[in-house]
Design a binder for this molecule. Structure first.
Ligand code: GDP
Length: 251
């Protein structure tokens, strides 16, 4: 994964680690213990369903660092969450009729001492949702992303073949202030990267880096990685980022 530094030029832009060495971080540590990537994946694997909420006021207040998963409907969000958790049906609840417009919370860490939450937010831009419901949900999402105190990070799923759409850009503008201050971190997963050839993947990554560069500041923590649930590209990098957010950013 690459992290964006402020005022990055094309020349000094670091390459995405996952683009160069898809399995570089999966190598076990030489001491025979678990690598940081394996530890991070063992942690994401602990994810379990906690609760579901149809309104912001129903989302329980908690002191645990929370990471929100957002993206256009069909961007590959449920698949990414399931892949990160190495569970086939974890994010399935978000797909059940009646639950698609809920915020679903998952708890992570030891059962007796949970240390983080994942929040699966409804996918936006789904054509079949009535306009009124869409607008209501856009507001719930905007409120959640702007007001949720415990929000530590946002994982934004964007289909690598489509790049950022107007709705994705709108979402980025909602969160720009909190991301810019560093209060909330941002990781963009360019999903379904297995559908791109190397040249297309490089171009998708470069375009996203350029866009994210507009949001980078001295204090921001913004990353982007190519991601494929199918080929497991970027999965370990994403787990490492989330693990780092949850365990290094305690305020
Ligand atoms: P969501 O609406 O954002 O939760 O999207 P889903 O996770 O349901 O995925 C939408 C579609 O994209 C499904 O048909 C998935 O099988 C497909 N998909 C998701 N991730 C990948 C991937 O890494 N590679 C490929 N080729 N297809 C994927």
């Amino acid at each position: 994964m690459m992290t964006l530094a402020p005022a990055m030029t094309d020349k000094n832009k670091p390459k995405s680690a996952s683009a160069q060495h898809p399995s570089a971080t999966s190598v076990a540590s030489p001491r025979g213990g678990v690598s940081p990537g394996q530890a991070a994946l063992a942690w994401t694997h602990t994810a379990r369903f906690l609760t579901t909420a149809s309104q912001l006021k129903e989302v329980p207040a908690t002191a645990l660092p929370e990471m929100a998963f957002v993206g256009r409907s069909n961007a590959g969000k449920s698949t990414a969450i399931n892949r990160l958790a190495q569970q086939k049906r974890l994010a399935f609840a978000s797909k059940t009729p009646g639950r698609t417009q809920h915020i679903n919370l998952f708890e992570l860490g030891p059962k007796d001492a949970p240390d983080a939450l994942f929040a699966d937010l409804p996918g936006y831009g789904y054509a079949a949702v009535a306009r009124g419901a869409k607008l209501r949900w856009q507001q719930v999402m905007a409120d959640y992303l702007q007001l949720r105190r415990s929000l530590s990070g946002i994982v934004l799923m964007i289909d690598s073949r489509l790049g950022a759409t107007d709705l994705d850009r709108q979402l980025m503008s909602f969160i720009a202030q909190r991301v810019g201050s560093g209060e909330v971190k941002l990781l963009v997963l360019l999903t379904k990267a297995d559908k791109l050839n190397r040249k297309e993947a490089d171009a998708a990554l470069a375009a996203m880096q350029a866009l994210l560069g507009e949001y980078g500041t001295e204090t921001s923590d913004i990353g982007v990685t190519l991601f494929s649930a199918l080929k497991k590209t970027g999965v370990e990098d994403a787990a490492l980022a989330l693990h780092g957010w949850a365990h290094r950013s305690r305020k």
